[in-house]
Ligand binder design. Sequence first.
Ligand code: MRU
Length: 349
Amino acid sequence: MTKIIKPIEWLGDRLKILDQTELPLHEIYLELTGYTEIVSAIKELKVRGAPLIGVAAAYGIALGAHCIKANDRDTFLKQLAVICGAFACSRPTAVNLFYAINIMKQAIPGNAAVSEIKTALVNTAVLIHRQEEQAMSRLSKIGAQLIVDGSTVLTHCNTGQLATGVAYGTALGVIKAAAEQGKKIHVYVDETRPLLQGARLTAWELSRLNIPATLITDNMAGYYMHQHEIDCVIVGADRIAANGDTANKIGTYSLAVLSRENHIPFYVAAPLSSIDLSIKSGAAIPIEERNQDEVLRIKGMRLAPPNMPAANPAFDVTPNKYIQAIITEKGIIRTPFKGNFITILQEGH
Ligand code: MRU
């Protein structure tokens, strides 16, 4: 039987995480005892993937609150605001982070004593984690309807258990659910330069699930689409604007354009917590620029000549016109996205 992956686990007074930077070669778990360690783990991609970043931040805020020594409410709340601010500065693109921080702030009971606030924050973090679990499980099963038996699916980055911290995922959750329904599928996995989340993490998850897969470099995707080898493309999302424009791992936009050119359906799978109605279009989504060393080096080894600069935007935005459907835990949303998002969100989370 496949060992269950637990990318994140709350241990009451510390947070246990699976260090994703060491996968697939080493399965190393870290026990983080202070909120600053969790902020660093998010920045360094030890925990990563939009939903998991939100869950980690929620537990991080609960842990930070637990460690505050002050007993008077005002001092405590000031220190808590600093902690929330540190998480808000960790990664800018995934809206799930800000969604989780807001829910944690809203969970602070008015006039309650410090000890009660600490308990409420832990309970809320656990609840956010559970809600993600339910959302991912539902959206995976809903999305599996779109996967045709016998088809070949291309995916990008890592969107499975490692990216969500729960049994299913977003795009990879849909693939897993389709396989569980008995559909024979084959997955083409983009390696996902520069940090190789596809080659290191998605390939690892798929082989543990015994789902047949082939690893390709990102620039092979067009070739296989043109050869009629790919039946659909499915990816996750870090932030979806009100009009459906979707930020996801760098390289997603190219896949969407190639899909249109080759008449291949392009799907986004994401929980409602990834939709940001406060942002009208993708133009306003903040794109994280990461350290150029991630492009210049692989595992510390420099590939480019000295003094060669590199660019490293971690995400790109796919315009809504390329997206066939967005799969959520409340159903499959098609264009016009804006009106349909509002309808679905009004039904409540
Ligand atoms: O930089 P990462 O590894 O956090 O990027 C992850 C992605 O881009 C995923 O596709 C996205 O978060 C959706 S995951 C469920």
